[in-house]
Ligand binder design. Structure first.
Ligand SMILES: [Fe+2]
Length: 220
């Protein structure tokens, strides 16, 4: 969701307004250390060696499911801290070799996303803590910036589960439906994602596409 000019209740936001003149992406994030980090990254790197996007995401799903259950891997404490006015996005790592980006998201009770895409990037999402409702949407038709969607199924995902989104099947929402529990998810994106499309409800199944700048919260 676009969160310009908002300020995180849990501390100052790390804004990534500058882009690297060489890569065109936001600058590499500072390294974030946590127990099992090398094991996590080695597992992701092995999955990336599969090459083809479908094979990579399938391998990553299995990899994340195992790593979430692995007591040797413990995400940094910051990812368990929700931010009151938006779900938190903290980039934990970006691969210079493979180009992928690892983002931890923290969902306070009731927090979630509108329907959105991932700008054509594949993504694998694993639930680390709590439970998340993930609903995928089928694009039925499009008239310019107006899109008609229909929910195409959803899952209630708990700890140790992982799913993937592969374009063009990338429209979805994520929601923490709990009244009191925080949820944490770990997302491996094909490349750093700094913007996407979000879709505002109009009438019936019609939605209006809007550019959505994604901001990153400090991971420390
Ligand atoms: Fe998403």
């Amino acid at each position: 969701m676009a969160r310009r000019s908002r300020r995180a209740a849990a501390g100052p936001r790390k804004l990534r307004a500058m882009t690297d003149p060489v890569t065109g992406h936001a600058p590499f994030p500072p390294p974030v250390d946590f127990p099992g980090r090398d094991k996590l990254l080695a597992g992701i790197d092995r999955a990336l060696a599969q090459g083809d996007g479908h094979a990579v995401t399938a391998a990553l799903r299995g990899c994340l499911c195992a790593l979430i259950r692995d007591p040797a891997v413990r995400l940094p404490d910051c990812v368990h801290a929700p931010i009151s006015d938006h779900y938190a996005r903290r980039e934990l790592y970006r691969s210079r070799e493979h180009g992928y980006s690892v983002v931890a998201m923290t969902w306070g009770p009731g927090q979630g996303t509108p329907i959105h895409d991932h700008s054509g990037l594949w993504c694998v999402e694993g639930v680390w803590d709590g439970e998340l409702e993930i609903t995928q949407y089928e694009l039925l038709e499009r008239e310019g910036e107006r899109f008609r969607f229909r929910a195409a199924g959803g899952i209630q995902a708990g700890p140790g589960s992982a799913g993937s989104l592969i374009p063009p099947h990338e429209y979805h929402t994520i929601h923490n439906a709990s009244a009191d529990a925080v949820a944490v998810s770990l997302h491996v994106y094909q490349a750093p994602i700094e913007q996407c499309s979000k879709f505002q409800p109009q009438s019936g199944e019609w939605y209006l596409r809007v550019d959505n700048a994604l901001r990153t919260d400090a991971a420390a």
